[in-house]
Design a protein around this ligand. Structure first.
Ligand code: DAK
Length: 267
């Protein structure tokens, strides 16, 4: 896999892939180049990791301490035409969809500012770990913009439409206590090191389970998020049936009956 990028870092250790947005001087703001590089990386990774041969879990984080991602690059946006802005929004939206479509769990590890596009990128991960210094928000209206990487949709689904509207219209910051209380963040940590370590421990434990079953659970839960309960239950029933054709399901149930540890192959 190509790991040679200018604005992001990519590494894999113990089957856990980490993407770090690496523009600390601009508080890791999302330039067109950052989005293009994330897009190329995720597409190559998806193709190469179909059988979970590279990684079984992923972390998305920001370089250094001050910011996860302080939003889309405002300096770059001041020069964009409407057509360029639409293309930029589509690229960013595509990246948020790729995180949702990945066959492995992705944890956003948020330290410092996660504003605008940063909050949107974090919300497209499976869930969010954060440090005590984390600050969330959708401040786009302060710039005469609206959220353009899915924030108008995902924040409502995560915290409820009315709270999402209240946060978005004011453009205010959401501090960590509130982010935890409204369900934006699942766990809070004292330091970035502690948070990254906890994410690695979580993913290492999860990968003892069937990677295929985790992927199916992720797929069905994400699909169901956009459906009525009846349609969502239908998707679940189909996936539940199909998983009986998987080697992992046969192995997992047989191992239980034989009182031994299962050996999953991710199929
Ligand atoms: N873009 C570009 N540079 C940024 C940046 C950003 N979002 N945030 C910070 N920086 C840069 C600063 O300009 C500064 O650079 P220099 O001036 O030193 O060259 C450096 O990072 C350090 O920032 P500060 O000096 O401002 O640091 P402070 O501690 O004083 O303040 C801050 C930290 C996070 C409160 C402040 O930097 C800030 O307010 N940043 C902007 C946060 C924000 O408004 N984020 C939302 C961006 S809007 C769409 C597509 C996408 C979007 C919308 C529509 N379509 C195409 C339709 C998404 C929009 C957004 O995300």
């Amino acid at each position: 896999m190509n790991t040679n990028y200018e604005t992001i870092l990519f590494e894999v250790e113990n089957e856990i892939a980490t993407i770090t947005v690496n523009r600390p001087k601009a508080l890791n703001a999302l330039s067109h180049q950052v989005h293009s590089e994330i897009n190329a990386l995720l597409k190559e990774f998806m193709e190469a990791n179909k059988d979970f041969t590279i990684a079984k879990g992923m972390i998305l984080t920001g370089a250094e301490e001050k910011a996860f991602i302080a939003g889309a690059d405002i300096k770059e946006m001041t020069l964009m035409s409407a057509d360029e802005a639409e293309a930029f929004a589509r690229l960013g939206q595509d990246n948020t969809l790729l995180f949702e479509l990945l066959n492995i769990p992705v944890i956003a590890c948020v330290n410092g500012y996660a504003l605008g596009g940063g909050c949107e990128m974090a919300m497209s991960c499976d869930f969010i770990f954060a440090t005590k210094t984390a600050v969330f928000g959708q401040p786009e209206v302060k710039l005469g913009l609206i959220p353009g990487f899915g924030g108008t949709q995902r924040l409502s689904k995560l915290v409820g439409r009315n709270r999402a509207k209240e946060i978005t219209y004011s453009g205010r910051n959401v501090a960590i206590e509130e982010a935890k209380e409204i369900g934006l963040v699942v766990s809070v940590f004292e330091s970035k090191e502690e948070m990254i370590e906890a994410a690695k421990v979580y993913l290492s434990k999860a990968m003892r389970n069937s990677p295929h079953a985790i992927y199916e659970a992720k797929r069905v839960m994400n699909e169901g998020n956009d459906l009525t309960i009846t349609d969502g239950l239908n998707v679940e029933a189909k996936a539940f049936g199909a998983i009986f054709n998987s080697a992992d399901m046969r192995e997992g149930t047989a191992a239980f009956v034989e009182k031994r540890k299962p050996v999953f192959i991710g199929k």
